[in-house]
Ligand binder design. Structure first.
Ligand SMILES: *Cc1c(COP(=O)(O)O)cnc(C)c1O
Length: 463
């Protein structure tokens, strides 16, 4: 494990400090203008615990595309998650953590040839398919691959449906594809499905698991020996959501349709693990007042347009691509402020760059901060610097108890800690629990590293 970029390090917080206090602290630095994230690793660790306790039979393969940050991947790997990769470079990224190729599923049913060859060369053998061309391709390029047939079973209501692009019809197409696979002497080992990302219909998992059973049975009639059931992604991950209902339905369906414990059950959760861990703080750099005409009364009312320094070309691409609805919260709640109908706009010169269409907000001024929770899924990996606006930095935080739990498993040595010179940093002294500002490097942290007078500890994870 190597020392990470200073910016990717995990800062250890005192018990009284939480994400919001860290945000307030960073924002209170008068030099801080750029938008930034705080990622609470504790949240990821908790999510992993929830998964293990609610779905004990289901091994999670984290969907890397959701958030491919190395610290996140490292933490999930340490906790015991495996990985769902969709491309050569995602595979390389996961392998670079020291994760074995047997912990990766190449879950893209339509793969470029060079990516299939790469999977073979690095030993990633489990891959999905949903069409005949892919079978012929795999026969030619990686004849010993272990194949998983992806069937279509879609939720009636999902944030991002996937069914128009992936998954074969389980009744009409799956048997034909399995016949073809048999005639090509390919090794098909199981069934996968994805009910749609951000699934809002829990019962679909039962339908899909029942359907997978039928495909298992047909495969057995051809002489295949299926042992892998992949129940895909779709599990919600925002604050206040729960997977309890889905987990109950999944567990019951597994008992009913796959009672044999030799069937390995895996899933590919993405947003579940990361969505709520990331909180984004954006700064208001401009404000425009406009008059909104009421169509009925013809009277005009004042509407505030706030321009912030992240938008749909950056983190908020999730509004366009992931159909997210984001909830702005002022960092400081001024009880006396008057509320106005307000809209929030990104920094680029594109009219499309609108973050929130219409919301009642207390009046804010230039330099104020707006906070958005649940920003960990399908945000940063897609963000661009269009128009010259930087992608926000992420500050990783963890509490000391969770860190102590993790650090043994992360197998860190003294070399993984860097002790740096620390300038006088007023916030730090006043609040006693401040994060340092990475732009003010070099920093100094008093020894001992885990001693009483250290408010946060600068720890390298890896790059
Ligand atoms: C995107 C994706 C996932 C993750 O979906 P979530 O809704 O984020 O859980 C899982 N599997 C595959 C094949 C995907 O494409």
């Amino acid at each position: 494990m190597k020392i990470a970029n200073v910016e990717d390090r995990i800062h250890i917080l005192e018990p009284t400090t939480d994400t919001w206090s860290v945000i307030r602290d960073i924002a209170s630095d008068h030099n801080q203008e750029e938008a930034f994230y705080v990622c609470d690793i504790v949240d990821v660790v908790k999510k992993y615990g929830i998964w293990r306790s609610k779905l004990p039979r289901v091994q999670p393969y984290y969907a890397v595309k959701c958030n491919d940050n190395l610290t996140i991947l490292e933490i999930l790997s340490t906790l015991g998650a495996n990985f769902d990769c969709a491309s050569k470079s995602e595979i390389n990224k996961v392998l670079s953590l020291g994760v074995g190729p047997d912990r990766i599923i190449f879950a893209n049913p339509a793969k470029p040839a060079s990516h299939i060859r790469h999977a073979e060369s690095v030993g990633v053998s489990i891959m999905t398919f949903d069409n005949e061309t892919e079978l012929h391709k795999i026969k030619k390029l990686y004849t010993n691959a272990k194949l998983v047939i992806r069937i279509l079973c879609e939720a009636s209501d999902a944030q991002c449906p996937l069914g128009m692009k992936f998954g074969c019809d389980p009744v009409n197409d799956a048997p034909i594809l399995l016949d073809v696979a048999k005639s090509l002497d390919l090794d098909v080992v199981g069934v996968s499905f994805h009910v749609g990302s951000g699934c809002r219909e829990a019962t679909v998992y039962r339908r899909a698991i029942a359907t997978a059973r039928e495909v298992f049975d047909y495969a057995a009639s051809l002489g295949f020996n299926f042992y892998l059931l992949d129940i895909g992604g779709g599990y919600p991950g925002d604050r206040g959501t729960s997977i309890d209902k889905i987990a109950n339905i999944v567990n019951m369906a597994l008992d009913d349709f796959f009672p044999d414990p030799r069937v390995q059950v895996i899933a590919e959760p993405g947003r579940f693990f990361v969505s709520s861990a990331y909180t984004l703080a954006c700064n208001i750099h401009s404000i425009r007042d406009s008059i909104q005409k009421d169509d009925v009364t013809k009277s005009g009312k004042l509407h505030k347009m706030y321009y912030i320094n992240d938008g749909v070309y950056g983190s908020f691409n999730c509004i366009l691509y992931d159909h997210q609805v984001v909830a702005p919260q002022p960092l400081y709640n001024n009880q006396c402020a008057k509320y106005y109908s307000s809209s929030i706009w990104g920094p680029t010169c594109d009219g499309l760059d609108q973050v929130v269409l219409d919301v009642q907000l207390p009046e804010m001024k230039v330099g104020d901060w707006i906070v958005f929770e649940n920003m960990g899924a399908y945000t940063l990996p897609v963000a661009s610097e269009f128009n010259g606006f930087p992608i926000p930095k992420v500050h990783f935080v963890i509490d000391e108890a969770t860190w102590n739990l993790l650090k043994t498993s992360l197998s860190l040595s003294e070399d993984n800690f860097e002790i740096l010179d620390r300038p006088a940093f007023p916030n730090d002294i006043n609040t006693g629990n401040a994060l340092f500002d990475v732009r003010d490097l070099p920093l100094r942290i008093d020894l001992p590293l885990y001693g009483q007078n250290v408010n946060y500890i600068d720890v390298a994870v890896l790059e």
